[in-house]
Design a protein around this ligand. Structure first.
Ligand SMILES: [Fe+2]
Length: 471
């Protein structure tokens, strides 16, 4: 049974959008992964920057010290040629050395890779940032023109006496280029890892959410009454176990549901059979109405065929005819079988049978479709009938057909208080109520049908005979 207080999405119409597990996992995991990759990239960048810088510092200090050690004797001996060669060869040893200067204690340049600097007073570039002292070598950042340099100054000693200073500058351009290249590589690697992490997050989320989604659609299939297809078990873990248990539960539910459906169908069929027996019993209670329901069914079905009803509608109409007076089972015998005319109070009781019939049919859902016909088969076209005084199109067409067939059969059947009318007399009587009790169109069709048939007097009133004509 559906819960009306909490309608399902199908009943309630629109399902409110909500973030799925996959989106939640992605939103939760991606920032973590992004943060982790960023931290690793920053750490790797710093480590490589430090390594490049230390390498530069060690190289500058080492070269400067080698030049200082090599030039001490030349200064004392005045061998300027050796010092120039030393300065030029050192300058040319690597591409990033900007200049090499050897000067005496008076700060006069004794050797330089540029010959024009010889004999000049050495003018040290403006230091921007001291980088520290490594053994006796001082290092600091400076600018030379537009170039960033690191200058290394190492005192020259010979026999324990200071005889001069070596200044050597290395360009930072190559270092900066190396750092830039490495940072670019790190950024590319980080982007690739981030992409892999994004893909991995989706794969992990899908791995978790796919079985959950399949379970969810399985539950929807079950609750919607659709055919259930067992969900494939794709993993040997808790989700796989859950899927296996769900499949078993669904099979059990479907099996129970099918069994209940069979029971319900059997019950319905039993009830319909009971109502048929009841209808026949009603007719049999009164010898004058024996076979009445069957004769009404015959006439109504014939009229239905003339009106172009489908086979299904004819079957529906026939059953409605059989059930139309079933409510009379609750009418006392002293009223139903009374041979004199009924008084007003008895008429009132008699008029309850449409509602009583509706109550009986209400007990079986498959008979609910006949309730309106049974309930309104005594309504009049002009609204003067009962139980509600419905009129015209408010009265179901099947009820209008039964009304006219019911009246005609009553007229051609003898009662203790009156003789049966002939077919001709009954037709005249039916025409007298055209437009009041009966629909004009139905009256015309019914009369036309009767005139095409053999007179009713020629047909045996025996139920089997009528039944044979009806079917
Ligand atoms: Fe009736």
């Amino acid at each position: 049974m559906k819960n009306k207080e909490n309608p399902s999405p199908e009943e309630g119409g629109r399902r409110r959008p909500f973030p799925g597990i996959r989106l939640k996992l992605t939103v939760f995991l991606l920032p973590l992964v992004f943060l982790l990759i960023t931290l690793i990239a920053v750490a790797v960048t710093k480590i490589t920057d430090d390594a490049i810088r230390n390498d530069l510092m060690q190289r500058g200090v080492a070269i400067s010290r080698v030049v200082a050690l090599s030039s001490g004797y030349s200064i004392l001996s005045g061998d300027r040629l050796a010092m120039d060669r030393l300065a030029v060869e050192t300058k040319n040893s690597t591409g990033d050395i900007e200049y090499v200067s050897i000067r005496d204690t008076e700060n006069v340049v004794l050797a330089h890779n540029l010959i024009e600097e010889h004999g000049k007073a050495y003018v040290a570039p403006e230091p921007r940032k001291a980088l520290g002292t490594f053994l006796e070598t001082q290092a600091y950042e400076t600018m030379h023109g537009s170039k960033e340099l690191i200058e290394f100054s190492t005192p020259i000693f010979f026999s324990g006496k200071r005889v001069g200073t070596v200044s050597l500058a290395i360009s930072r351009d190559s270092v900066l280029a190396a750092q830039k290249s490495i940072r670019k590589s790190i950024a590319i690697a980080a982007a690739v890892f981030l992409g892999i992490a994004l893909l991995g997050t989706f794969v992990i989320a899908s791995f978790i959410t796919t079985p959950v989604k399949q379970l969810s659609s399985g539950v929807n299939e079950l609750s919607g009454g659709m055919q259930f297809t067992p969900i494939p078990i794709r993993s040997r873990d808790e989700l796989g176990e859950l899927t296996r248990n769900f499949n078993r539960m669904a099979e059990t539910i479907l099996s129970q549901k099918n069994r209940l459906s069979r029971y319900a169908k059997d019950l319905e069929e039993s009830y319909i059979a009971t109502v048929r027996v009841l209808a026949a019993s009603i007719d049999a209670r009164d010898p004058y109405t024996l076979g009445h329901s069957t004769r009404v069914a015959f006439l109504a079905c014939e009229l239905g065929r003339k009106l172009g009803f489908s086979t299904e509608e004819i079957e529906h109409l026939e059953k409605a005819c059989l059930f139309h007076d079933v409510g009379k089972i609750r009418t006392p015998d002293d009223i139903l079988l009374k041979e004199q005319r009924l008084n007003l109070q008895e008429v009132e009781v008699m008029r309850r049978h449409p509602d009583e019939g509706a109550d009986i049919l209400r007990m079986a859902p498959s008979l609910h479709r006949y309730i309106p016909v049974v309930r309104y088969h005594h309504e009049w076209y002009n609204g003067n009938g009962y139980p509600e005084g419905k009129k015209n199109a408010e009265i179901p067409i099947h009820a209008q057909i039964i009304s006219i067939a019911d009246a005609f059969d009553a007229m051609i059947t003898s009662r203790p208080y009156r003789r049966a009318l002939t077919t001709k007399g009954a037709i005249e009587e039916i025409l007298r109520f055209r437009g009041t009790q009966f629909s004009p169109e139905l009256t015309d069709s019914f009369v036309r049908m009767l005139k095409e048939m053999p007179p009713m007097e020629a047909v045996s009133a025996d139920t089997a005979g009528w039944r044979g004509m009806a079917l």
